[in-house]
Design a binder for this molecule. Structure first.
Ligand code: MLT
Length: 263
C-alpha cells in the first residue's frame, strides 16, 4: 500500500486488529525486516510497518533527512490512517532514534515503547565525520559498499555462519535502499539529538530488546537505557547480533506479547 505522506509517497503494510504497534525499521533496511512480526503478531494486534522515506518501496526523496522529519512522517501516517488511540512504537536501531524523537514530539500518541537494538546517545565527532563521508560516497558509488561493510556485523558470528538464507535476505533488503535514502538517513543520524535526558522522562512502559552479540550497538547501551528509564523490562537474547527480531522471531514475538499483555 502507498500513501502520500508529507512530501513523498510512503509504502507501508498493515494487518490485524486491536492495539496498534508501529514497527520502525533501522538503517539501511525496510518494512521487509518486520515480516515475521507482521505475520506472527497480526492475530492479536494491529501491526503497521512503514518504509521510511528513501527506503524499501517508499519514494527515494533526496536528503538530507532529519529525525524530526522521520518522526513527523510517522505522525502523518497515523493521521492518514485515522489512528487516534495511542500506539506502541517499536524502533530498531535508527528506528529507535526516530522513536525517541517521536516521543519528544508526540508523547500523547504513545502507550508504550519498544527499543530494539538501539542506543540513546548521539554520535561522537569522529562518527559524525564518518557519516558525512559515507553519505557523500553513497551518492557517488551506490549502496553496495555500505551493505558489504555492515552485513557481517548484523548477526551474531554463529548466525552469520549458520543462517546463509537469512543473511542473503537481509543483504537483499539492504541493497534495495536507494542512495538518496541511505545518504539522507546517514545525515539524519549524524545530526540526531542526544536522548539520554529523554530516558528519564519516559512515562510509559518500555521494553528494551538487544542481542548479546550485537557488533553494531553493544549490549552495554541497552543496559544504560535500562538503568535510566523509570518503567522498563530488559530482554537480552544470547545468540543474537543486531537483528534479534530476525535471528529468533519466536523469542522476539513472545517478548512483545508479554510486554503487550502487561500494558
Ligand atoms: C542501524 O542499524 O539502524 C544503524 O546502523 C545505527 C547506527 O548506525 O547508528
Amino acid at each position: 500500500m502507498k500513501l502520500k505522506i508529507n512530501d513523498f509517497e510512503m509504502a507501508y503494510r498493515q494487518a490485524g486488529q486491536g492495539p496498534a504497534i508501529v514497527f520502525v525499521h533501522g538503517f539501511p533496511l525496510s518494512k521487509a525486516m518486520w515480516i515475521p512480526q507482521l505475520e506472527g503478531l497480526k492475530d492479536l494486534y494491529h501491526v503497521i510497518t512503514p518504509d521510511q522515506r528513501g527506503h524499501g518501496e517508499s519514494q527515494p526523496v533526496a536528503g538530507p533527512y532529519t529525525m524530526q522529519m522521520l518522526a513527523q512522517d510517522i505522525d502523518s501516517l497515523l493521521d492518514t490512517l485515522e489512528i487516534d488511540q495511542p500506539v506502541v512504537m517499536c524502533g530498531h536501531s535508527m528506528g529507535g532514534y526516530v522513536v525517541f524523537e517521536f516521543f519528544r514530539r508526540y508523547a500523547h500518541r504513545t502507550t508504550g515503547l519498544i527499543l530494539d537494538a538501539t542506543r540513546a546517545g548521539s554520535d561522537t565527532p569522529e562518527a559524525k565525520d564518518n557519516r558525512e563521508n559515507t553519505a557523500r560516497n553513497v551518492l557517488q558509488d551506490g549502496v553496495m559498499p555500505v551493505v558489504e561493510g555492515m552485513l557481517p556485523k548484523m548477526f551474531s558470528p554463529l548466525n552469520y555462519e549458520a543462517k546463509p538464507e537469512l543473511v542473503k535476505e537481509v543483504k537483499h533488503i539492504m541493497a534495495g535502499t536507494s542512495p538518496e535514502g541511505t545518504a539522507g538517513a546517514l545525515l539524519a543520524m549524524r545530526d540526531r539529538a542526544d536522548s539520554i535526558q529523554t530516558l528519564t522522562e519516559i512515562r510509559v512502559p518500555v521494553l528494551i530488546i538487544h542481542g548479546q552479540e550485537d557488533q553494531i550497538i553493544p549490549v552495554t547501551e541497552a543496559q544504560l537505557m535500562s538503568d535510566k528509564i523509570p518503567q522498563n523490562t530488559l530482554s537480552v537474547l544470547e545468540n543474537a547480533g543486531h537483528l534479534p527480531n530476525l535471528e529468533d522471531p519466536v523469542w522476539f514475538n513472545d517478548a512483545v506479547r508479554r510486554f503487550m499483555d502487561k500494558l
